[in-house]
Design a protein around this ligand. Structure first.
Ligand code: ATP
Ligand code: ZN
Length: 304
């Protein structure tokens, strides 16, 4: 389909996610937690939204920024690395920005790093002058080299970047790293981080002026709700008034304590939403500080 064939207005939203790969399952899980469900189609490229007028397109992650830029899709779940790279390519070609990262999603974490042969002694960016660097991220790398004031050759490779130094096609590499195991297996060591990346919800830079506007703000609100509740628990307990200040101090990752109506005389009934892990150790500490009848509850959904 050519971009011109895409209608300017639509009454359904389309979200592009990776068909298979590292971001595929977490992206589906996030959207399902937002209340979306789909009829799986036989071609497995387009999934019709059943619970809401929001459809899924299953594609290669590299295609997602372009699909948003062309208006084929409205949103996408894609690594910041891919989004920044393609935004960088557009900027270098003199094109206006066509998409933006709307929300970091907390999965798909990795780093775009320079990695050099194990035996090198790393002395900083100045050492790269005149060398050849293999990468699948030429725009991010070129921008970084410019900022460092270094002139180095950028060797663009679409895959297996890590073997380039052994093959002699480059002196070092710039690639995604999570555990570092692939680098180690190729006698390389990471020395410099160019980008801390994670999956993001990407969307267009312009606002919708049709049915999609309402759907888009509902989706974003639900995504925010799901992200906020990740690792959140509702904590309930009773406590005497004179212990409340100390208990609040022990809950720096919680929202302000809320007093529940009720008991009149005696201990207060309190609750708070806690956004960090509540371990047994923390509960025991709260108990020692005066909390009674501590209860930790899972929170399924919230529009708070
Ligand atoms: P396709 O192009 O077929 O969709 P791919 O091979 O480009 O797949 P994956 O390897 O699944 O894709 O990586 C998708 C994204 O996952 C990356 O762009 C990056 O944002 C993120 N990611 C997280 N950890 C890593 C890692 N160790 N190596 C590569 N990507 C990682
Ligand atoms: Zn890809």
């Amino acid at each position: 389909m050519s971009p011109r064939a895409v209608p300017a207005t639509r009454d359904r939203l389309r979200i592009a996610i990776q068909k298979s790969g590292r971001l595929a399952e977490p992206a589906r899980a996030l959207l399902a937690a937002c209340g979306l469900s789909w009829r799986e189609s036989r071609d497995k490229l387009f999934c019709y939204g059943e619970s809401l007028p929001i459809d899924l397109l299953l594609v290669r992650d590299d295609d997602i920024p372009g699909l948003i830029a062309d208006g084929v899709c409205d949103f996408g779940v894609v690594g910041r690395n891919e989004l920044d790279e393609q935004a960088g390519e557009r900027a270098r070609a003199g094109l206006a920005p066509a998409y933006q990262a709307l929300r970091p999603l907390g999965f798909g974490q990795c780093r775009l790093m320079l990695a050099v042969p194990d035996h090198w002694e790393w002395q900083g960016a100045g050492q790269l002058q005149g060398l050849r660097i293999a990468t699948s991220y030429p725009a991010i790398l070129s921008n970084w080299l410019e900022r460092q004031g270094v002139e180095a050759g950028v060797v663009e490779l679409s895959g297996s970047v890590e073997i380039a130094p052994r093959l002699g096609t480059a002196d070092l590499i710039c690639d995604l790293v999570s555990s570092g195991a692939t680098l180690a297996a190729n006698q390389l060591k990471p020395v410099e981080t160019l980008l801390d990346s994670e999956a993001v919800l990407a969307g267009p830079v312009r606002e919708f002026d049709d049915e999609r506007a309402g759907l888009a703000s509902m989706l974003l609100r639900r995504v925010d709700g799901v992200l906020k509740l990740k690792d959140s628990k509702l904590l309930m307990f009773r406590a005497n008034r004179d212990t409340v200040a100390e208990l609040s101090r022990l809950l720096p990752d919680a929202e302000p304590l809320v007093q529940l109506p009720g008991s009149g005389e005696g201990p207060l009934s309190l609750q708070t939403m806690c956004h960090g892990a509540i371990t047994w150790q923390r509960l025991e500490e709260l108990e020692r500080a005066g909390a009674q009848g501590l209860m930790v509850l899972s929170v399924e959904r919230s529009l708070a």
